[in-house]
Design a protein around this ligand. Structure first.
Ligand code: SF4
Length: 329
């Protein structure tokens, strides 16, 4: 049996039964792919179901406010995905329907090569191979390829190989098979070599290099950043503002972020650590309860504490509010 036949057979026996796999509705498929870009299936599934229930069609998603979309997305992280999702929904509506070519799908905001290939193959049967971390790993091990992943050379090499292996008559099953196989059998640590149907021809297994492949590029150390928040509270109201573009958490709400803590504020917690992909945040939290409304920089609004629930917040802010036992979560 060839590599591709083995993957197809493995998938027909072991493929995960997921709700978005029971449909070919491109909207439902696209939504699942965006959610799963940086989220595990176990967590993403509930979000996909919530989005499908709240916005069953792309028109309904396009007609929502950005706040509504961000609020529903809350907790998933990488909020640019939610903003792109919303923008792309509007794009799709203005196109008169979901694009059916790879190029058209690739032109949607937030859709890169991988996502376009996944949507195209699953929803429209287009012969486009997906290449993600799972695919890199399976191919690097099976074919014994030591090109460091994350490089342009690797992208070219692995994409060409995956494309060559893709059976034209069943691209969706092959792509999903590769992803599932990489996620559940040929895993980063402790792959299932003993029961693996690819084992007889696997280069990594034959040469004892499963731990060494794929070769990773050394990543630079995450950057550290220190944030000081002051929760300004006057007569049950608190001040928040919406973060602007050009930095993390665009469009999300947070308490007063400042370098100068006012006299009379009290420290609640110091150095609370929060990890993002490329930086480590350390946050200090203060509470300040002045007797009269202070003047804050432009852009801050006053809301009742209980209304906080209506505002989409970064996970870090949620953690603080939980820590402080602020209602409205
Ligand atoms: S034998 Fe092991 S390393 Fe090779 S493809 Fe199978 S699970 Fe992956």
């Amino acid at each position: 049996m060839t590599f591709s036949e083995t993957i197809l057979q493995w998938y027909s026996l072991n493929g995960r039964d997921l709700p978005w796999r029971r449909t070919r509705d491109p909207y439902a498929v696209w939504l699942s792919e965006i959610i799963l870009q940086q989220t595990r299936v176990a967590q993403g599934r509930a979000y996909w179901e919530r989005f499908m229930e709240r916005f069953p069609t792309v028109e309904q998603l396009a007609a929502a406010t950005e706040d509504e979309v961000l609020r529903l997305w809350q907790g998933l992280g990488y909020y640019s995905r939610a903003r792109n999702l919303h923008a792309a929904a509007k794009q799709i509506v203005s196109m008169g329907g979901f694009p059916e070519t790879l190029e058209g799908i690739r032109s949607l905001k937030g859709v890169g090569d991988y996502t376009a290939a996944a949507i195209g193959s699953i929803a429209f049967g287009l012969p486009a191979a997906v290449v993600d971390g799972n695919v890199y790993r399976v191919l690097a091990r099976f074919f014994g390829i030591a090109t460091p992943v994350g490089t342009t050379a690797a992208k070219k090499e692995f994409t060409a190989l995956a494309q060559r292996l893709l059976p034209e008559d069943s691209p969706a099953a092959f792509n999903q098979g590769m992803m599932d196989f990489g996620a559940t059998c040929c895993t980063p640590v402790n792959p299932c070599c003993m029961t693996c149907p690819l084992q007889p021809d696997c280069q990594a297994f034959a040469t004892g290099r499963t731990d060494l492949l794929p070769v990773k590029q050394t990543l630079s150390k995450p950057v550290e950043r220190h944030l000081t928040y002051v929760l300004v509270r006057v007569n049950g109201e608190i001040a928040i503002h919406r973060r602007g573009p050009g930095d993390i958490w665009q469009g999300l709400w947070e308490p007063w972020l400042t370098n100068e803590v006012p006299d009379g504020a009290r420290l609640v917690t110091s150095g609370l650590k929060h990890q993002l992909t490329h930086r480590t945040l350390f946050a200090d939290y203060w509470i300040w309860e002045p007797s009269a409304l202070p003047s804050l920089p432009e852009g801050y609004i006053w809301i009742q504490e209980a209304e906080l629930d209506r505002y989409a917040k970064p996970r870090l802010i949620e953690l603080i509010l939980e820590y402080l036992s602020i209602p409205g979560l």
